[in-house]
Design a protein around this ligand. Structure first.
Ligand code: NAP
Ligand code: F7E
Length: 338
């Protein structure tokens, strides 16, 4: 019998890579999608068109992390072995504009799932496993570097505060009810599927569009912030590994290197043969009321216990994203008939 996985956030960057990984491992995969006025399934359409033998094993269900009744119904119907909670209002800057909504979806959303699983387990004598998509943003203001599982949290945004709530509820359900509930504390991870308003993708998309004459300028905020950037494809493997252990636990997933936004800019523009200084302008709309200056993780526990390590390094990641966006910009140019 194939294992059954339920993914919230299946239409997002990580959801699409994790769905691919689980399908390749023979899972039956179910995803929660929220209703929107236009389709948001662009990242997973290739999995639904039935390519290979995979297509029929990805099934979508309408649901929302704000709607506990719907989530419970989906869990009852799907009877998953593993639930991966990837759904979130995941943009840190936007969480300052929408703090209450972010807390509801990111914080209470995780609690709604935990409660649904707890009841489902008791009712059906099952032991559904739960993965919570935690974030390095929870470390926030650097109290130590590198940050590891034991580093105290100091969140610096409504998003990070909500992730801390979800983290501690996950620990609490593990301790109080014996749920197999695991927190992945993932540092920034990127890919050609990254949302276009996160800084890495904004840079690679703009550098390539500027190169082809589709755009003149790139407006950015703080160039000095430093992040530990890895590849999303590597990070979803860590999620799966965490869910296969005999005991649930919490793990930091990171590359152990940090680079500034400016370094990312330099590499990306170099890749297309441009000098970033000629095109980048400062725009205070992209500054945050409280910034996280530097994040760098120590993933030695994941290496030791899970046998996990990243395969893609920083410059390979930048090149992969630039090359994919160059193809996208070329397609855009052709569509315009230029
Ligand atoms: P993403 O691309 O922004 O995807 C977020 C997903 O959540 C999308 O599928 C989105 O649906 C869905 N969603 C948003 N609000 C929802 C709601 N109310 N109900 C149901 N679904 C909702 O994020 P990601 O980069 O893949 O990240 C996955 C998870 O890891 C998130 O929880 C994020 O906070 C966390 N995380 C990410 C990183 C990173 O560097 N990427 C690092 C640490 C933790 P639509 O497609 O309809 O918008
Ligand atoms: O910002 C600076 C910005 O929005 C990175 C999410 O996946 O990772 C992500 O959160 C840095 C920040 O990612 C712009 O101030 C400068 O210092 O790409 P970002 P993030 O805030 O680190 C964590 C781990 C998550 O969990 C989140 O879900 O870049 N920056 N100029 C800018 N950032 C943006 N977005 N746009 C700019 O124009």
């Amino acid at each position: 019998m194939a294992k059954v996985a339920l993914l919230t956030g299946v239409t997002g960057q990580d959801g699409s890579y994790l769905a691919e990984l689980l399908l390749s491992k023979g899972y039956e995969v179910h995803g929660v999608v929220r209703r929107s006025s236009s389709f948001a399934t662009g990242r997973i359409d290739h999995l639904r068109r039935g390519y290979g033998t995979n297509g029929s094993r990805l099934q979508l269900h309408y649901g929302d992390l704000g709607d506990a009744t719907g989530l419970r119904r989906i869990i009852e119907q799907v009877r998953p072995d593993e639930v991966y909670n990837l759904a979130a209002q995941s943009h840190v800057r936007i969480s300052f504009d929408q703090p209450e909504y972010t807390a509801d979806v990111v914080g209470l959303g995780a609690l709604r799932l935990l409660e649904a699983i707890r009841d489902h387990n008791v009712r059906h004598k099952r032991s559904v496993r739960f993965y919570q998509a935690g974030s390095s943003e929870m470390f926030g203001k650097a109290v130590e570097l590198p940050q590891r599982e034991t580093t105290p949290f100091h969140p610096r945004s409504p998003y990070a505060c909500a992730k801390c709530y979800a983290h501690w509820q996950t620990v609490n359900y593990r301790e109080a009810y014996g749920l197999y509930a695991t927190n992945g504390i993932l540092f920034n991870h990127e890919s050609p599927r990254r949302g276009e308003n996160f800084v890495t993708r904004k840079i690679t998309r703009s550098a390539t569009r500027i190169k082809l004459g589709l755009q003149d300028k790139l407006l950015l905020g703080n160039l000095q912030a430093r992040r530990d950037w890895g590849f999303a494809g590597d990070y979803v493997e860590a999620m799966w590994l965490m869910m296969q252990q005999p005991q649930a636990d919490d793990y930091v997933i990171a590359t152990g290197e940090h680079h500034s936004v400016q370094e990312f800019l330099e590499l990306a523009f170099d890749r297309v043969g441009l000098d970033w200084r000629k095109y980048v302008e400062a725009d205070e709309r992209y500054l945050r009321p409280a910034e996280v200056d530097v994040l760098m993780g120590d993933a030695s526990k994941a290496r030791r216990v899970l046998g996990w390590q990243p395969k893609v390094n920083f410059s390979q990641l930048v090149n992969m994203m630039v090359d994919a966006d160059l193809e996208l910009a070329e397609r855009e140019l052709r569509t315009l008939g230029r």
